[in-house]
Write a protein that binds this ligand. Structure first.
Ligand SMILES: [Zn+2]
Length: 229
């Protein structure tokens, strides 16, 4: 019964319009307790995404026991082995200590890339039957426009740029609060991560394409994000 009431109140939350929330607050996670008759107190986790004026109301994700999610730390890897326009090789590891709401660490080690800046994005699909070319658009479950990783308006899959050195290699660590490795609308497992030919202008290029993909060009390399056991 309590599960039902939590879900109902959450659905209502999704439709609350809060256009006055001009000051962009940080994404927050709240832990509370609720009482289950006969069982005592159980954790209730609420992850809150602030409203973006004229685009999106406040969003709340509410998790309560019995969970639909495995709350142990989760990890995944994307192996990049030269499927795209270039010969990029290496791996990108994803680690989420507290799924489904906690931040995710994205740790990459790549070689055989052209020096300079390249966009890094999670795409909708992980279907590599046609290499890196038909992976859909950037992963965008909230139907927003393209942006940089710290912008309130962004695709969930927008991870900005990586900077490749003169020797063609790059190591990077990115911490992101939107990606998740566990179920729900923000899960990236089974989707592809793509390194693009051009830099990502983070939606600031002033062109139509800039607000779709940051004018970041064709895929240089890609890999499917898959769980590590
Ligand atoms: Zn994007």
């Amino acid at each position: 019964m309590w599960v039902k009431s939590v879900l109902v109140s959450c659905l209502i939350c999704l439709f609350i319009r809060n256009a006055d929330n001009a000051a962009m607050q940080a994404i927050s996670v709240r832990n509370a307790l609720y009482e289950v008759p006969g069982l005592g107190n159980r954790p209730l986790i609420i992850k809150m995404y602030p409203a973006v004026e004229n685009f999106q109301s406040d969003l709340y994700e509410v998790y309560a026991e019995p969970y639909n999610y495995d709350l142990r730390a989760a990890s995944a890897v994307a192996v990049i082995q030269g499927e795209g326009e270039g010969a990029a090789k290496g791996e990108i590891v994803f680690y989420q200590r507290h799924p489904p709401t906690g931040p995710i660490l994205v740790k990459g080690n790549l070689t055989d890339l052209p020096p300079g800046k390249h966009g890094l994005h999670v795409h909708q699909s992980g279907d590599l039957r046609q290499g890196c070319d038909k992976l859909g658009s950037h992963f965008n479950p909230y139907l927003l426009q393209h942006g940089g990783p710290s912008d309130p308006l962004r695709h969930v899959g927008d991870l900005g740029n990586i900077e490749v050195g003169e020797d063609g290699s790059v190591e990077f660590d990115i911490v992101d609060a939107l990606l998740s490795l566990s179920g729900g609308p923000r899960s990236i497992v089974g989707r592809a991560i793509v390194i693009s030919t051009n830099p990502d202008d983070l939606g600031r290029g002033g062109t139509a394409e800039s607000l779709v993909n940051g004018d970041s060009g064709k895929p240089l390399g890609c890999g499917v994000i898959a769980y590590i056991k």
